[in-house]
Design a protein. Sequence first.
Length: 311
Amino acid sequence: MLQGMKIGVVGAGAVGCWYGGLLALSGHEVRLHSRGKAQILRERGLVLEDQAGRRMAPIAGAHETTAAIGPCELVIVTLKATANASLPSLLAPLLGPSTVVLTLQNGMGNVEALGRILPIERVAAGLCFVCINREPAGIVRNMLPGHVRVASARGPAGPHARLCAEALSKAGVDCRTEDSLEAVLWKKLCWNIPFNGLSISAGGLTTDRILDDRALRSRALALMLEISDAAGACGFPFDRKHVDWQFQVTEGMGPYRPSSLIDYLDGRDVEIDGIWAEPLRRGTEAGVRMPELTRLLWELRERIAARGLPS
């Protein structure tokens, strides 16, 4: 099933276009679903840009509806989690009897949403530790190659998770499987919670400005330590080296705008529940005091309420 798969990407934003483009370059038939950008992608194509230069990705098509794509062997979901309510109708035309679905979404609760649509055994999840932005003209820029870690929705990595990891690896991605999705989720949240959150609550700052501000850098560390405590209390500990690495890798990003900041500034919904509220709930239920995350969540809701849009 691996050679020349038909792959549908639901949510052709930065992440979907980047990994979809790499999979197209490696020989798969990749079709992108985008309600707002499909025409631009059809007219101008998809350009991938990184330190190695520019490449035109040979996508097979860009479509406004998933019905125009039809059943696929692999479906990659890169929608914002705020759109999960639309997944049943979006995925229905793409699913065959053995279709595998890989979510590359941020935050918690995404595999649970997919498990209500298809057998959970056919769901895998990938966490992207990467620095990608998409430009309006169909150009996707990767400022930090990073890596992807893939796990089964439940239990240790099974054949579907291994299939996804192998396809991404052969497309040139640093990708491997992990045996605990929850463990990888907490590790990813160690970056997402402070940097996505503080970029909004501090007034629209890029990551370099957060690092350069002593008070904000201190808050970022305090948030990471709370996440580490919560992860450990939930049974998925990681060590201080992972916390320190979050700062090291962010130093190399330069003036990066996190995805939640882009959503906030563009007037779109922000993934409050999956990135901040659900980790806070799980950590608190496990007996961990999380005053910094509680404060940040309150600040984010205040900012979004002042903007006049739902969270």
